[in-house]
Design a protein. Structure first.
Length: 313
């Protein structure tokens, strides 16, 4: 039984990833920790709590963490995911509140409780994880694997030409985490674009399902779908992207990962035009010790099958 902790800036596709964690058979989601990113912290916490309730798993604890990046003002993505981060659905307030404990303390405590038995899904700016390493420098030894959705492998970013959103929002945190010594797998943005966008025709089974979860998924992703249609970088694609849920699906089922390459990765945090750029040394030009498995190909069909399975009841 694999134990997971998901660190999320809950909005849009973060939600599908949480649903995988909350509902997929054979895994245990120990906690959801939340950081500011896509939306402000209180919004991301509210969205995470609401998701646990929709999934019928309100007992899974939600911990609020960092309200802003380590050194910079927060940049959000309300323009992608809607004013509430949930496709402008304006869902009712959750019944439950977040735990009293801070997310960073919860990460450290859970790693201590389950040494070498906890996998962390990092699908937000890496602020909480960096602070947890600061609090407990031995954390990387206690975490079985750190899965990161972030960066772009020698390809365009999605918030600037150089940078993907999660690394861009808190590049200092990304730099700290990547150099901290975790067993790390990175799912970069280019793989998410190539292998985890479901086009309108592919969404048909979900559009015609009319289950509580399919309706929830479609409502939450409505704004992001509209954004994808009009986005210059994707060339105006009529589909929904799944960066975070691809990451989670891969952590649950290894057949979702088709190829990866072990290399040295670091994040630019001083650049003027390149802040948040992920340097992925695929040709080992720098001769630095590799620190991450970077996914280069995912199984689109298996991912799609898992998502349909997840939402069908
Ligand atoms: C990442 O940024 C956020 O907008 C998404 O939730 C995902 O984690 C994609 O760049
Ligand atoms: Ca996210």
């Amino acid at each position: 039984m694999t134990r997971f902790l998901i660190d999320s800036d809950t909005a849009g596709d973060d939600v599908a990833s949480l649903l995988f964690g909350l509902l997929w058979p054979g895994i245990t989601l120990e906690a959801i920790t939340v950081a500011a990113g896509n939306v402000h912290l209180h919004e991301a916490v509210r969205n995470a709590l609401y998701t646990t309730e929709i999934a019928g798993r309100p007992e899974v604890p939600v911990f609020a963490g960092a309200g802003s990046p380590l050194l910079r003002p927060l940049v959000t993505a309300h323009y992608v995911h809607g004013d509430d981060g949930m496709g402008n659905s304006n869902f009712p307030a959750p019944v439950k509140a977040a735990e009293r404990e801070h997310a960073v303390d919860a990460i450290v405590a859970l790693a201590d409780r389950y040494p070498s038995d906890l996998e962390v899904i990092a699908q937000a700016p890496l602020t909480n994880i960096a602070l947890a390493v600061h609090k407990d420098p031995s954390l990387p030894e206690k975490i079985a694997r750190l899965w990161i959705m972030g960066g772009s492998n020698n390809a365009l970013g999605n918030i600037t030409p150089a940078a993907e959103f999660n690394f861009y929002v808190d590049p200092e945190a990304a730099h700290i985490v990547l150099q901290a010594g975790f067993e790390t797998t990175i799912v970069p943005w280019d793989v998410c674009l190539a292998d985890a966008v479901l086009m309108r025709e592919e969404l048909e089974p979900i559009l015609s399902m009319h289950t509580k979860l399919s309706e929830f998924y479609l409502a939450v992703n409505a704004a992001a779908w509209e954004f994808m249609r009009s986005d210059v970088e994707t060339g105006g694609v009529d589909g929904i992207g799944h960066p975070d849920s691809l990451l989670m699906a891969m952590a649950i089922d290894s057949s979702v990962m088709v190829e990866s390459q072990r290399c040295f990765v670091d994040v630019e945090h001083r650049g003027e035009l390149t802040s948040g750029y992920s340097l992925v040394d695929v040709n080992d030009v720098l001769g630095r010790e590799p620190n991450a498995d970077v996914v280069t190909k995912a199984n689109h069909d298996r991912f799609k099958q898992m998502l349909v399975e997840l939402l069908k009841d």
